[in-house]
Write a protein that binds this ligand. Structure first.
Ligand code: NAG
Ligand code: NAG
Ligand code: NAG
Ligand code: NAG
Ligand code: NAG
Length: 366
């Protein structure tokens, strides 16, 4: 009996050892795209009762990162370090990480807060013993030239196709369907509010106010959040609604990330390994829509899309995760398994991928 057990255990050990070996994969690179942390409202509606207390609650101003937001990002940075603890070097190393941010203040400040959590100074990096922080470069591009993160660089072709979509009967019917809500809101706020964008500003103001514990006026209960939330999903999906739109919208970012991974393969000893992108809800939602992965939810503050580039037996593959307050969710590309081979990933996204020069050309070809 004892003998059988020993043999059985040996066999089990052998089996586990072998399987651990065959299953083990190596992390080659990570690209993360997160939404900035909590901010003040983008703007107030005309008779918003909380304008009076704005300076007290959001002292940095409208749409700026708050203390809660800084903490959310600091925690996210610590979480990155923890998740990739055998991958991220103990000390900040410029050859390891590249940080790109949208040029909006809240994203730049989010990147700084995040890096404070990820790379507290160690050893000879400590430059002031009272400050457990070190400066780390954050690269950015002016908004009107940013086709990667802020998505503010003009693309006439994209605008034209969106306008064509908006002229379609389906869209017009949708706006019609909103008309009673629009009338209702306009009656209460005593100003015009007849575009999807303006409705979203109201939704956002209400969301931020309730996030900061303020009681919403009773008249908003009939439409917030159930009625205006789907507008956000529409707003996020529209810019990447068709493959052609998706290419002009998230295509440059898909190209940037894919190129980053290719460089890791081509120059394993001479390439940065961690790409950190500090962006907006629409950066995430547009990219997910383009990849066919968007589930109509509003990306939360400091939620993070993590694209992990791994290899097993020299075969590179991609894993995608979306991290938010409810957990770490696996994302699986259509027509690919969760462990999606890099070759297949590239094939499936080939029609979206576009480099900056080609993007300029296609955008101006109206
Ligand atoms: C993906 O690969 C890992 C090993 O890298 C393995 O443990 C896991 O079971 C695989 N998952 C799927 C869904 O194939
Ligand atoms: C909003 O939606 C939730 C979930 O579907 C539902 O429980 C709630 O009653 C709705 N509220 C209003 C005011 O319609
Ligand atoms: C990278 O570095 C390792 C270890 O220093 C070395 O064995 C390998 O040949 C290098 N690879 C390339 C492509 O230079
Ligand atoms: C978190 O992300 C998952 C996956 O996208 C989504 O189903 C869930 O609703 C999100 N949670 C929140 C609170 O947004
Ligand atoms: C991918 O999946 C879709 C359905 O999700 C299917 O219509 C299409 O033919 C598939 N394409 C490939 C290349 O497998």
């Amino acid at each position: 009996m004892l003998k059988v057990n020993i043999i059985g255990n040996l066999f089990l050990l052998f089996f586990l050892f072998n399987c651990a070996k065959c299953e083990s994969s190596k992390l080659l690179s990570v690209a993360t795209l997160y939404r900035h942390g909590s901010r003040g409202p983008m703007k107030f509606y005309k008779n918003d009762p909380y304008q009076k207390v704005a300076d007290e609650i959001w002292p940095n101003g409208l749409s700026e990162l708050t203390i809660i937001g800084k903490n959310q990002q600091f925690e996210l940075g610590k979480w990155y370090r923890e998740r990739y603890k055998s991958f991220i070097p103990d000390k900040y190393d410029r050859n390891f990480i590249r940080v790109l941010s949208s040029d909006s203040d809240r994203c730049l400040m989010s990147a700084a807060s995040n890096l404070a959590g990820m790379f507290p100074p160690k050893g000879n990096q400590i430059w002031n013993k009272d400050i457990p922080w070190q400066p780390i470069p954050i690269h950015t591009t002016p908004m009107n030239q940013d086709a990667l993160i802020y998505l503010g660089k003009p693309c006439p072709k994209h605008d034209k196709i969106v306008q064509e979509l908006k002229n379609q009967e389906e869209y017009k019917q949708f706006v019609q369907y909103l008309q009673p809500t629009i009338n209702y809101i306009e009656k209460h706020i005593k100003e015009k509010c007849n575009t999807i964008e303006e409705l979203i500003f109201i939704h956002d103001a209400l969301f931020v106010e309730s996030f900061y514990g303020l009681e919403l006026p009773r008249w908003t209960e009939t439409f917030y959040p159930n009625y205006t939330m789907p507008l956000l999903a529409l707003f996020f999906k529209l810019p990447a609604y068709t493959p052609q739109l998706a290419r002009l919208n998230a295509g440059p970012l898909i190209d940037y990330i894919t190129t980053f991974f290719e460089e890791v393969l081509e120059k394993p000893n001479n390439s940065q390994k961690f790409l950190m992108l500090s962006g907006h809800d629409n950066t995430i939602a547009n990219l997910l829509t383009s990849l066919g992965l968007y589930d109509n939810t509003w990306p939360e503050y400091a939620s993070s899309l993590n694209i992990e580039f791994k290899s097993r037996e020299n075969q590179p593959f991609i894993n995608m995760y979306f991290k938010n307050s409810t957990g770490i969710h696996k994302l699986t590309l259509n027509n690919c398994s969760f462990n999606c081979s890099f070759g297949r990933f590239k094939k499936l996204t080939e029609h979206l991928r576009i480099n900056p020069d080609l993007w300029d050309k296609e955008c101006t070809n109206v």
